[in-house]
Ligand binder design. Structure first.
Ligand code: SF4
Length: 361
């Protein structure tokens, strides 16, 4: 019996899959990368990989924010959590990610001060209620998360809450797309572009990325959205065109969310930044602007090894290795005993493969 989730509109899904199959017949191997952790999980959950023709390969890129956060940022978060009169605040998915030696979860068990928050705006009240405590927020995430962090700094500045600090490790998607396209190892034929990030940065910005020369579809998160995005990429490959097509217009506008983009710009400036397992990508990170440096919690720990020994997350994040091809996958490395960040995060490729696509071997 087929236990895969049923599509909401099975007839439309069938028609899309039929069209995909017809186009695939006339194409060589096609490597389509999604750069969004939510896409990664949905593709796994819906069993889409197995429903596509053999020559259509879906690859997961660096779309999981926790996975690309460098080990030295995790190590610095650990160091802040262990300082007297400090509290390290973080989103829950950071807590188990390994640094070079320990995770936040491990040091919390030994008494370090760590609190999980659902939104950085919660820190405002915490900072007001605890004026003698320094609250450090591990500010990770892509363009979807950054506006809320910027708004938190704006309120903290208005209220003069200088006991609130940001360990800034945000990352920007467009420079990562450029880096992936420039990397000869990746051999990417097309992209499914992330719906959430695109809702902030807009559709038009992609057309300013010179290196983005492969067919790309801004894609939503329903099964039919994802199939529509794949079909759109295949149509462009068939027609030998390479554009950015917005397949998610119900959410993504040409100019995105100007208010959110303005918030990001007012508080942050782009800087070169490291992506875990990948390396430095020019202008792909953010730093607080000079006038807001009073809210900065700098990286304290540098020089540690970026990934645990034997972990191939760097290759997984670039789509040059699928998780089951890592020698540790499903053996030493499982969601219960994660070794690398891609197995820890709920949006990580290795976790998605383990949960939805593991074959007993
Ligand atoms: Fe790293 Fe584990 Fe994934 Fe291997 S299976 S790449 S060790 S997270």
């Amino acid at each position: 019996m087929d236990r895969r989730p049923k599509f909401k509109d099975p007839e439309l899904a069938k028609a899309l899959l039929k069209k995909i199959g017809m186009l695939a017949n006339d194409l060589p191997e096609v490597r389509i990368m999604e750069v969004c952790g939510t896409h990664t999980m949905e593709i796994g959950r819906l069993g889409l990989r197995q429903r596509l023709p053999d020559n259509i390969r879906l690859l997961s890129g660096p779309g999981c924010p926790v996975c690309v956060t460098p080990g030295e940022v995790i190590d610095s978060a650990v160091a802040y959590a262990r300082m007297p009169d400090h509290v390290l605040a973080t989103f829950g998915d950071m807590i188990r990610v390994p640094g070079s030696r320990r995770s936040l979860e491990q040091v919390k068990a030994n008494g370090a001060s760590i609190e999980i928050v659902a939104s950085p705006l919660q820190l405002i009240r915490m900072a007001e209620e605890r004026p003698d405590t320094t609250l450090v927020f591990a500010a990770v995430g892509f363009e979807t998360t950054i506006p809320a962090v910027a708004r938190t700094i704006e309120i903290a500045a208005e209220k003069k809450l200088y006991n609130l600090k940001m360990l800034v490790a945000h990352r920007l998607l467009p420079p990562a797309l450029s880096a992936l396209c420039a990397d000869e190892d990746t051999q990417i034929s097309g992209f499914l572009l992330p719906g959430h990030v695109s809702a902030i940065i807009g559709e038009a910005v992609y057309r300013t990325i010179d290196a983005l020369t492969v067919p790309s579809a801004i894609t939503g998160f329903e099964a039919l959205d994802i199939l529509g995005g794949i079909l759109s990429v295949l149509e462009m490959l068939t027609n030998q065109t390479a554009q950015v097509i917005n397949m998610y217009p119900r959410v993504v506008r040409a100019d995105g969310n100007p208010h959110a983009r303005d918030l990001i710009h007012r508080f942050f400036t782009p800087v070169d930044a490291a992506w875990r397992g990948i390396g430095i990508i020019p202008q792909s990170g953010l730093a607080l602007r000079d006038e807001f440096k009073a809210f900065d919690a700098p990286v304290l720990v540098t020089g540690a090894s970026d990934l645990p020994k034997g972990c191939a997350c760097g290759k997984v994040l670039k789509g040059t290795l699928t998780p089951p091809d890592c020698g540790l996958f499903g053996r030493a490395c499982t969601p219960q005993t994660p070794i690398g960040p891609c197995m820890v995060s709920s949006e990580g490729s290795c976790a998605a493969y383990y949960r939805y696509e593991r074959t007993e071997g």
